[in-house]
Design a protein. Structure first.
Length: 254
């Protein structure tokens, strides 16, 4: 039986079969135990990059020199480069930093944005969204109260005054519809932003466990956009003030 495989498919060194190898060649994509690292590196026909198993995938091949690895990051071009690129005219006079340091710096920015989204911005939008149903409920209750007042006033009027009562109720329904449409539009905008933030949080969490510098360095923060909370909508609720009928009265806001 091949010692490098088992019924449980245990992760093993791909040279000697040792279970739970702690090292990994990011170029050859094979698992290695510490004892076999030297043997693997002795193959000089191929370039190798040995990293701890937990940091596998952090190696970035150079896009212009396929046989080389990116060990530097060009701050002017915002891209990972190899040592050959660094000595070329294309990058002459540019500033280079260690690629792993750059990766950590980018992740620090992402972590900060994630913490702000989860701890500050997202809860504020949730609070605003939770206030909308309360406002809608207040609108509904107020509408019922005003409608009752209109009906009570109508009972004291003659038959022909029913036209006035119906007009008042129509006015109320029209104003309710307008206010409700405004509230629902405001609610939709907030829920859409909450959805964007939720997706953003998920993307940031993926980036934090990603070792692909191209993806991480391409990250653009939207926190500044989300910090600008929409103004809190205050609806002026309609009211009803009975008076002697001279002309058809209309609804007036509180």
């Amino acid at each position: 039986m091949d010692p490098r495989r088992s019924a449980q498919d245990v992760l093993r060194c791909q040279l000697c079969g040792f279970a739970g190898p702690p090292m990994y060649c990011d170029i050859c994509h094979i698992h290695l135990c510490k004892s076999c690292v030297g043997e693997h590196l002795s193959d000089f026909n191929t370039e190798h990059k040995i990293v701890p198993f937990g940091k596998r995938g952090s190696t970035t091949p150079c896009s212009k020199h396929s046989s080389k690895l990116c060990e530097l990051y060009c701050e002017q071009c915002n891209s990972p480069i190899c040592v050959h690129c660094a000595s070329s005219k294309e990058h002459q006079g540019h500033t280079f930093v260690d690629i792993l340091k750059t990766l950590e710096l980018h992740k620090a920015v992402i972590q900060k944005d994630l913490e702000e989204l989860e701890g500050s911005i997202y809860p504020k939008y949730q609070k605003m969204a939770s206030d909308i149903p309360v406002q809608k409920d207040d609108l509904s209750k107020n509408s019922l109260e005003v409608s009752t007042a209109i009906n009570k006033h109508g009972e004291d009027l003659h038959r022909e005054v029913n036209v006035v009562v119906n007009k008042l109720k129509d006015d109320l329904d029209e104003m309710d519809s307008k206010y409700l449409a405004v509230l629902e539009k405001h609610e939709d905008e907030i829920m859409h932003t909450i959805s964007d933030i939720t997706l953003g949080i998920a993307d940031l969490k993926k980036l934090l466990i990603c070792h692909d510098l191209n993806l991480v360095s391409a990250y653009k923060s939207r926190n500044a956009e989300f910090r600008r909370l929409p103004p809190k909508l205050t609806v002026t609720l309609p009211s009803f003030a009975p008076q002697k009928i001279k002309t058809i009265p209309g609804m007036c806001p509180v």
